[in-house]
Ligand binder design. Structure first.
Ligand code: ATP
Length: 290
């Protein structure tokens, strides 16, 4: 095999809770994540020389060892003494530093794709474990679908597909550093979301239950730094979204809505003053991502 194409879908957090700060410095989290139909595309080309090359035409995406897809390739290379190389072309669609796990999903897609390209024969579980060494969200991104993630995000319990609806995403023209948001979080004063209420709503296929239980403890932190995020939330509600939440550490805000006509109204209303707006579906349960 000389070339492999892989899709790297973005995720949203239907809920994100931080339980406490651990002795090792990481935060113990409980997150419900689901992949959405907004994806980067990676083309992996086998190189005979021992080299990892990143090609990206997005000025916000590093093309060296800082790129998470590069780190994925390097880790596999070292661990399995791979002598061949790879050129990874990343066609970026997911907004960068947006709370949508774009970099993590690129790393996960690189792991899945290189498993084929370099004929490593690793299981998804093994890839997810290797992924956790690159970043907390990479394990989830290896599997995709919908899951409850615990620990620092690497302990994954698969969930069924949430009820069908539209997801409208709006990202203001600011980037947010996840590390900075976690640093400012005061865990003793957060309002915890009802994670297991959300799990139940998903199992029951209850759209109202999903809307009711959306929650993210990082939201208040980011809203304080970037009041424009609160403004987008208000606008989304005003245009008719059933429920609205910030994803991850932000600044992307997503709204859920059932009806096509209202989806169009929200989408068109937000495009006027927002940098990037998308209307997509959730991908649902686990499926082949390649
Ligand atoms: P998360 O939701 O997991 O916190 P995010 O969506 O907020 O992630 P990313 O889009 O992954 O953030 O980007 C964060 C930073 O990671 C960027 O500023 C960029 O410098 C770096 N980065 C490394 N690799 C990539 C990649 N493949 N795509 C985008 N950014 C990358």
């Amino acid at each position: 095999m000389l070339k492999v194409m892989v899709k790297a879908p973005a995720k949203i957090n239907l809920s994100l809770d931080v339980l406490y700060k651990r002795q090792d410095g990481y935060h113990e989290v409980e997150m419900i994540m689901t992949t959405i139909d907004l994806a980067d595309r990676l083309e992996l080309t086998l190189l005979d020389r021992n080299e990892i090359k990143i090609i990206s035409h997005n000025r916000f995406v590093p093309d060296d060892q800082r790129n998470l897809a590069y780190q994925a390739a390097q880790l596999l290379k070292e661990r399995f003494q791979v002598k061949k190389g790879v050129a990874i072309t990343i066609e970026k669609t997911i907004p960068v530093a947006a709370g949508l796990a774009g970099g993590s999903s690129d790393a996960a897609a690189a792991l899945r794709g290189l498993n084929q390209l370099w004929s490593l024969g690793l299981s998804m579980g093994e890839l997810a474990e290797i992924g956790s060494e690159i970043g907390s969200d990479v394990s989830f991104c290896v599997y995709g679908g919908t899951a409850l993630a615990k620990g620092r995000g690497e302990i994954i319990k698969e969930l069924p597909a949430p009820p069908t609806c539209w997801v409208i995403l709006a990202k203001p023209f600011i980037g947010v550093s996840t590390a900075d948001v976690y640093k400012r979080l005061d865990v003793s004063h957060v309002k915890h979301p009802n994670t297991y209420g959300m799990v139940e709503a998903i199992y029951n296929g209850s759209y109202e239950g999903v809307c009711h239980n959306l929650g993210n403890v990082l939201e208040d932190v980011t809203l304080k730094i970037h009041p424009e995020v609160a403004h987008i939330k208000d606008q989304m509600k005003r245009f008719g979204a059933d429920a609205v939440l910030m994803s991850g550490s932000g600044p992307t805000v997503f709204g859920l809505v059932h009806h096509d006509s209202r989806m169009h109204r929200i989408y068109n209303g937000l495009r006027g003053f927002c940098d990037q707006v998308f209307a997509v579906r959730m991908l649902g349960d686990r499926h082949r991502l390649d």
